[in-house]
Design a protein around this ligand. Sequence first.
Ligand SMILES: C[C@H](O)[C@H](O)[C@H]1CNC2=NC(N)=NC(=O)C2=N1
Length: 101
Amino acid sequence: MAVEPLSQKEIEDRLAELPGWSADGDRLTCSYRLPSHFAATAMVVHIAQVQEELDHHSDLTLGYNTVALSVNTHSVGGAVTEKDFELAQRVAALAPGHGAQ
Ligand SMILES: C[C@H](O)[C@H](O)[C@H]1CNC2=NC(N)=NC(=O)C2=N1
């Protein structure tokens, strides 16, 4: 899939539909709090499965009871693209099932 950097307006419009996610420079970021360390670890594994499926990978950080993601698209020089939003939407959809807030 050919991808192109999104404009600032396109990023803002898409972020309005993604609670908890924000733009930090040229990256999309989000941090979740989980009920336990095990729950956070399970969510990381679930995200890793989705990332392999999409062939698109965030910088994924596991804390004691937190999971943080930061993502952009390397192949366009580190800009935000539709692929980043596709991953963000998939993660936002799976998060409630892990008790993430
Ligand atoms: C060869 C493989 O498809 C590429 O390296 C993929 C893998 N995961 C990726 N992840 C991210 N975040 N950006 C990319 O451009 C990217 N490219």
